[in-house]
Design a protein around this ligand. Structure first.
Ligand code: COS
Length: 392
């Protein structure tokens, strides 16, 4: 789905104003309180952000990927916690249901996810299954008309406030690896489902992650995503292909903010009798930030176009495109944050300057939804199987 250009331009301008006028001024508050203020969450719901990727027929805004990444570019320009409030609803929490769910599952869950009434999380990672997702051990055993889930999921974003989870679990203990895995919709109020204490993290204050524990949790068999066991790993991988483009856009957005902050600082900070912006070694760092930012934005836009096209005609190169895009953009924003701190000098190490916070916040982008090394592997394997990604 794509909005008409005028409607989308209006939405993007609204988001841009919301970020500049409502979110940026509240960044310090989020850092201090380790929470996103409730009134801002309500405003995000009113803007329709929780359902931006969900088709209109299920109550969402129905943005295409090409449109969604433009919203991500805007949200990247403020503290990561704001996007995280609705990030799992838009991405990894809902997309399994949309991509592979039955029509009944979509109609039951997507409208609540789109409105923000239900917060949904994606539960794949376990204590002993991170990058090697296909080795997950959470079990789901069929017992009459229900599956009984047992296991622990780790570092699950938005789990402390979630109303439901898409959970990958092993339905066939005799089949190791990906083929024995199925995906389920698990409401938080299912007896036997509990969450651990919030994790303490390096950065991204205001975002929430924790363990999710399944102790003989009975889930109706009708909550098996797609109604078919054994396809859950592929569902998870498709969800992550999409999520990786979304995260890449976020990384590019944050690099834009870092460039702005570094440029402003360099223009006002004076040393040796002149603004440090006049020094060529400072200009070189800014030029590298600018060049790499332009490359990442172009790459994300290309990946999003390919994603939308792949919805109409499957593209075997898409996992490589998504992986390469997240790999480049998230590594790029790591370099951008490092340069921004360097340009700030000693001030860049101090908490009152925003670059110190972004430096910690962006570190996560190279880890979640596929580490840089797993993404290299996806591209490398793809090259062996499918050859290079064709030119656009
Ligand atoms: N789309 C559709 N199907 C996919 C796919 C994709 N993007 N990627 C893999 N598959 C399919 C494969 O085609 C294979 O199917 P067949 O057995 O029918 O051929 C199956 O899934 C298993 O794939 P593969 O053999 O590549 O699995 P591996 O165990 O080797 O793992 C990696 C592949 C490492 C790439 C995967 O485990 C991964 O992405 N790990 C990172 C997990 C992650 O990002 N975690 C973050 C959690 S969210 S914060």
């Amino acid at each position: 789905m794509t909005l008409d250009p005028e409607t989308f331009a209006a939405l993007r301008n609204q988001v841009r104003r919301f970020v500049a006028e409502r979110l940026v001024p509240n960044e310090d508050r989020v850092e201090q309180e380790d929470a996103v203020p409730a009134e801002l969450v309500a405003e995000m719901k009113d803007l329709g952000l929780f359902g931006m990727s969900i088709p209109e027929e299920y109550g969402g805004l129905g943005l295409s990927m090409v449109e969604e990444i433009e919203v991500c570019f805007e949200f990247g320009q403020t503290a990561a916690a704001f996007r995280s409030v609705f990030g799992t609803n838009v991405g990894i929490g809902s997309q399994g249901i949309l991509i592979d769910g039955t029509e009944e599952q979509r109609r039951t869950w997507l409208p609540r996810i789109a409105s923000g009434e239900a917060i949904f999380s994606f539960a794949l990672t376990e204590p002993d299954a991170g990058s090697d997702a296909a080795s997950l051990q959470t079990s789901a055993v069929l017992d009459g008309d229900a599956y009984v889930l047992n296991g622990v999921k780790r570092y699950i974003t938005n789990a402390p406030r979630a109303h439901g989870f898409t959970v990958m679990a092993r339905t066939d203990p005799g089949t190791p690896g990906a083929a024995g895995i199925s995906a389920f919709i698990v409401p938080r109020d299912t007896p036997g489902v509990s969450v651990g204490p919030p994790d303490r993290k390096m950065g991204q204050r205001g975002t929430k992650t924790c363990d999710v524990i399944f102790d003989h949790a009975r889930v109706p068999a009708s909550n098996l995503i797609g109604g078919q066991p054994g396809i859950g790993f592929k569902t998870a991988m498709r969800v992550l292909d999409r999520g990786r483009i979304h995260i890449a856009a976020l990384a590019a957005g944050t690099a834009r903010r870092l460039l702005r902050d570094a440029l402003d600082y360099a223009a006002t900070r004076r040393q040796f009798g002149q603004p440090i912006l006049d020094f060529q070694l400072i200009q070189a760092m800014l030029a590298d930030m600018q060049a790499e930012l332009l490359a990442a934005e172009a790459m994300v836009r290309d990946a999003a176009r390919r994603y939308d096209a792949s919805r109409r005609k499957p593209d075997p190169h898409l996992p490589m495109v998504a992986a390469a895009c997240k790999y480049f953009a998230t590594e790029m924003v790591g370099r951008a944050a490092d340069r921004a701190v360097q340009i700030h000098g000693g001030a860049g190490y101090m908490s009152e300057y925003k670059v110190e916070r972004f430096y910690r916040d962006v570190r996560l982008l190279r880890l979640y939804e596929g580490t840089s090394q797993i993404l290299q592997l996806v591209v490398g394997r793809g090259l062996k199987t499918h050859g290079p990604v064709p030119a656009p």
